[in-house]
Design a protein around this ligand. Structure first.
Ligand SMILES: [Zn+2]
Length: 287
């Protein structure tokens, strides 16, 4: 037990040291660059990407954004404070190469784990807001991600607050085995207790949301919002095609297809996201 405690402490200390050394720089696009739209290949300046919330001004393609940028876009300025910011993962099963992968992810994103959780105000309305980051090991859900999400839901339940979770994940984190799968049940149970109190839970599904996250809290929202053209699914398209021995339609597992089939409630463009969330909060009596 003492060993485990020391191991955790050493990990947290080294993470804190690396945070102090390097000022966090948003990862999206370096300031001096133009970046072509991955969809229409139109060359767009750094400034324009920022002004347009990382949406292509020509074709409307939504770039993947970091958790911090997502929070910046949803919450009012200087109202967000993070909960459990320093909780980090410890490679308890000594999975080969896991420590290195965590280290690289932490240094490249400036985050301690693949989700940022906290409380902020959305056009003045107080809410718990969590955002996942696909730059951190593809937003995979291990013990810490599940625990941070669960604690945020419990925080919202005890303070009678609505909760909004922006998902972006490749699924469960394979390096943590069964522990990562357990997070699906744990987060779902916490959401049931939140729901039993008559509180509002909204999901914002972003590209990509697959595997264990799509099969748990991503799909449990009272209202499920998705960004345009986001990949949403459990198993990959090729796996399904091989299993059912059929060719699937090209838009299969994209937001528009999921809306048509009734899996999600609405698709909202990024520029309308904050106002739509605000309207929905007011509509449900949240003040
Ligand atoms: Zn474009």
């Amino acid at each position: 037990m003492q060993d485990l405690f020391n191991k955790r402490k050493a990990k947290i200390d080294s993470f804190n040291k690396s945070r102090k050394k390097k000022e966090f720089v948003p990862k999206e696009i370096p300031e001096y660059m133009f970046r072509n739209c991955p969809h229409c290949n139109f060359s767009i300046s750094y400034r324009e990407w920022i002004d347009e919330l990382y949406v292509c001004s020509r074709c409307g393609y939504h770039l993947r954004i970091s958790a911090n940028e997502r929070i910046r876009q949803i919450c009012d300025r200087d109202t967000y404070y993070e909960i459990d910011a320093k909780v980090t993962t410890v490679n308890e099963h000594d999975f080969e190469g896991y420590d290195e992968k965590l280290d690289i992810a932490q240094r490249s994103t400036g985050l301690s784990e693949a989700v940022v959780c906290g409380v902020g105000r959305i056009n003045g309305i107080k809410a718990v807001v969590c955002a996942m980051d696909s730059n951190f090991m593809m937003g995979s859900m291990g013990g810490v991600v599940g625990e941070k999400i669960t604690k945020s839901i419990e925080y919202a339940t005890s303070r009678r607050l609505p909760i909004i979770i922006a998902t972006a994940s490749g699924g469960a984190r394979m390096q943590e085995g069964i522990i990562s799968l357990m997070q699906m049940a744990k987060t779902s149970a916490a959401l049931k207790r939140h729901s039993d109190k008559g509180l509002l839970y909204m999901t914002l599904i972003t590209d990509p949301t697959t595997g264990g996250v799509s099969a748990s809290y991503a799909m449990l929202g009272d209202i499920i919002i998705a960004e345009p053209n986001a990949l949403i699914g459990f198993a990959g398209k090729r796996v399904i095609e091989k299993t059912v021995n059929e060719t699937l339609p090209p838009q299969f597992q994209r937001s528009e297809f999921m809306l048509e089939k009734g899996f999600i409630d609405l698709i909202v463009e990024r520029r309308d996201l904050k106002s739509t969330i605000t309207k929905l909060l007011i509509l449900h009596g949240v003040k």
